[in-house]
Design a protein around this ligand. Structure first.
Ligand SMILES: Cc1cc2nc3c(=O)[nH]c(=O)nc-3n(C[C@H](O)[C@H](O)[C@H](O)COP(=O)(O)OP(=O)(O)OC[C@H]3O[C@@H](n4cnc5c(N)ncnc54)[C@H](O)[C@@H]3O)c2cc1C
Length: 472
């Protein structure tokens, strides 16, 4: 597609954001053409990268884009895993990176107001300094608050504390026509008409640009303790999870892991996991107000695990042991990234996780591939990695491209169909973006997708906002 951004339009945009904040040319824009999805062939060069510094600048740029039907792709930290911020149709990449101020931490109302370009790490730090706590913790802290809202990000603490959606109380949204909407507020309740704010959460930049976010905060929890529980077999490990929850214990996180990615990550970051026995491990993180309650919870969880056949229960109760275990869990992505084609984030009902992972293993055996699988067991959110490497005696061995390319799509489709049969969805937290778009109709019926298209048309009649994402 030839660029619609001629010299006059470019000059008008430069006059709004300043010449240094509107640039083109592959040497400067290369990094703005992709996200963390591994297959860089989906990357596109934007015609212009624009970095506004205020909501007013965002609105003025969008008015120009809308008038000339120039595609606009909002971009946060580009940590997305499904090509959501790739400028598929060229046009403008609108980067929020300069809107990076935490505007307020309001302790009395337990709310924070932040610009969309604040990184999760900076936001969490600002909240912590005020003595409060922001529980959602998706794995990459360089994600930005606008991106977290646009994808309704999750993370391992969702089992106890919910996803980003459960924390958003207000949004400032600039519509494609350049109108500034203030949705919600520092409110714990609202039954005042259709909830446009919740429509925008998870809309992946297709309805407008989020410029500010109001987030609910919690009181800081007291203590944290991690339990590492190895099992010989997959089923008893995963069947333990609903049992823990049914007994009224809600851990901060229950992750399940396989021994191969743990082994690779140990070598990658030079840290030690407490045990190497058993093929499937649970990492159960508990939080509690006081030592007594923590001991009671740990004992109850350990008892259930042992009843289900756990080989042992290892407790990481000192900060250094805890850090080691959490570092290994959070660095698995880095450790196997060079061999990863795609990270799936299928979500199924909690009691279906064991069945789904069994299916993953059956598919892996049938195709003769390695499909490392781990995830947020209590949320039913399973991260199967489609790989371009196999695992051999503690190292990854590359697989020829022609081989993994031929298998990737049929494997993905089989796993999505299994997810559908179990009442699941193809994305529990990463979003649909570009990569999962062809599979949306596997789990949503055409009438639902048509309603979504209708909503998009109302917000974005000219079709400029992140075109080609979620659905066509
Ligand atoms: C190592 C690693 C671990 C991860 N772990 C998790 C995890 O545990 N849980 C989880 O949910 N995700 C996880 N992710 C995925 C990713 O971090 C999240 O999807 C995150 O929310 C993306 O935020 P971002 O700012 O990087 O957005 P981007 O990648 O920049 O964009 C994502 C989407 O949001 C849109 N967007 C961005 N900013 C705005 C805005 N201001 N207004 C409107 N639309 C906007 C974009 O157009 C795009 O569609 C992980 C990623 C990595 C690399």
């Amino acid at each position: 597609m030839t660029s619609k951004i001629g010299p006059d339009i470019r000059a008008s945009i430069e006059a709004i954001v300043g010449a240094g904040n509107a640039f083109s040319g592959i040497d400067k824009t290369f990094d703005y053409g992709h996200d963390e999805f591994s297959m860089k062939e989906i990357a596109r060069e934007p015609d212009l990268v624009v970095r506004p510094g205020t909501t007013e600048e965002v609105a003025a740029v969008l008015k120009i884009a809308d008038a000339h039907r120039i595609p606009v792709t909002p971009r946060g930290g580009a940590t997305g895993l499904c090509g959501g911020c790739v400028p598929l149709c060229g046009g403008i990449v609108l980067s929020l990176e300069r809107m990076a101020r935490v505007l307020e931490v309001d302790a009395d109302n337990q709310m924070a107001v932040t610009e969309a370009g604040v990184r999760l790490s900076d936001f969490a730090k600002a909240v912590e300094e005020s003595g409060l706590y922001f529980p959602p913790h998706p794995g990459d802290e360089s994600a930005m608050m606008g991106g977290l809202v646009a994808t309704n990000a999750g993370g391992s603490r969702a089992v106890k504390y919910g996803t980003i959606r459960n924390y958003v109380r207000g949004l400032e949204l600039v519509t494609p026509a350049g109108d500034v909407l203030r949705l919600g507020g520092k409110l714990e309740k609202s039954s005042t008409g259709y909830n446009l704010m919740h429509l925008v959460i998870g809309s992946e930049g297709t309805l407008g640009v989020v410029t500010k976010v109001i987030l609910h905060l919690k009181a800081r929890p007291g203590l944290m303790r991690s339990l590492v529980v190895p099992f010989e077999e997959l089923e008893p490990a995963l069947e333990t999870v609903p049992l823990i929850m049914k007994r009224g214990i809600v851990p901060l996180a229950i992750e399940f892991l396989e021994i191969e990615p743990i082994t690779l990550t140990e070598a990658h970051i030079h840290k030690k996991w407490p045990t190497k026995v058993g093929r499937t491990h649970l990492l159960i993180i508990l939080d509690a107000a006081a030592e007594e309650e923590m001991d009671r919870l740990s004992e109850a969880v350990a008892e259930i695990c042992v009843e289900k056949g756990a080989i042992d229960v290892f407790i990481a109760d000192t900060p250094s042991k805890q850090d080691e275990v959490l570092a290994i869990r959070s660095k698995i992505y880095d450790a196997i990234k060079s061999g990863t084609v795609e990270i799936l984030d299928i979500a199924v009902p909690r009691a279906e996780v064991a069945g789904h992972v069994r299916k993953v293993r059956e598919v892996a055996a049938r195709y003769g591939v390695w499909l490392p699988t781990f995830g947020h067991a209590a949320d039913g959110n399973v991260h199967t990695h489609i790989m371009k490497a196999r695992y051999e005696a503690g190292v990854m061995v590359p697989v020829p491209e022609v081989e993994w390319r031929a298998k990737a799509d049929p494997i993905r489709t089989e796993l999505f169909l299994d997810c559908k049969a179990r009442g699941g969805v193809i994305s529990g937290e990463h979003g649909i973006g570009l990569v999962k778009k062809p599979y949306l109709s596997l789990v949503l019926d055409e009438r639902q997708i048509e309603l979504m298209r209708g909503i998009k048309r109302v917000f974005d009649p000219e079709g400029i906002m992140n075109p080609g994402k979620i659905f066509d």
